[in-house]
Design a protein around this ligand. Sequence first.
Ligand code: V47
Length: 354
Amino acid sequence: MNLIEKLESGTRLDLQDGIALYDLDLFTLGKYANKKRKALYGKKAFFNVNRHINPTNICKDICKFCAFSSNRKNPNPYTMTHEQILSDVEKSYQNGIKEVHIVSAHNPDTGLEWYLEIFSKIKEKFPSLHVKALTAAEINFLSQEYDLTLEQIIDKMIEYGVDSLPGGGAEIFDEEVRAYICKGKVDSQKWLDIHELWHKKGKQSNATMLFGHVEKREHRIDHMLRLRDVQDRTNGFNAFIPLVYQRNNNYLKVENFLSSTEILKTMAISRLLLDNIPHIKSYWATSTINLSLIALEFGADDLDGTIEKEAIQSAAGAKSATGIRQKDFLDLISTSGFVPVERDSLYNELKIYN
Ligand code: V47
């Protein structure tokens, strides 16, 4: 069967197929990705009302692509107190957030309780909020730093109120590229194992992929397929999030800009390859809002959220430092011909803006 026949018949695609998909022209690829997306969600475009909090930028690791860590080009180390975090959550709660998304650096000075008590304090004060927190990279760091097994850390997270895992820390699974861009960080198999363990506890998570730096197309496809394998066993991933690499203020030299065509092709291919992950998120912070809206025609169905404040990607050049107003989000989605659907963190529909 040739590639087009496979696409027509919905046959599962392999590594070679995935690589070959990039050679199709954008519109052929988009046609097949959009068909799948439409069959699942029609004209719905999902978003959530959320608040990102990045409680510390002091980090033991030295990822070349990172502009957020105070060890790198960003010389203003900070660690928020729990009172500061709660005050931020309080303000955002008044604005209607349903989720706090908490991602930190790997700070060896705070103690384990500082990491964990953030969650229980938020839950105590705002029981209805969904806490999406701790990437697999942070979980690995905490397990090594405090000499606990991954399962012990995960059990503690559940005890302290974490509801789901964000998808960060995945970067690119190919071992050679990974060693070049983020040596010493959680290794690929461990990242996957941590998510599998989390899923086995009956919990859900997301998965990211950082692309547009030194990786090649085959590394992206390999990354997606490793996720698909886990998902076949656990069904715990909600969303796949291709993060477009932002190049400012870091130590990773990248010669060529990623074209918008390549970004849209990658979104479309992820929809076609990841036949078992329900949502493809075009994270507007790294894809830009305009391209994210176009990505809705190329397989993506979700744009992430209002964010309010964001420090990781904005440190590297993304225009996400102060989030996006909900009204602007709704207007932009509607005028693009889609129906905005506010969702909760697990993709239950909360409000359809017809
Ligand atoms: O893993 C760091 C990325 C991630 C850069 O689960 C960069 O819903 C681009 O986890 N250019 C953390 N990206 C962010 C994250 C996330 C974001 C949005 C939604 C969700 C979700 C999770 O930020 C890291 C890393 O890959 N990152 N530096 C950069 N220069």
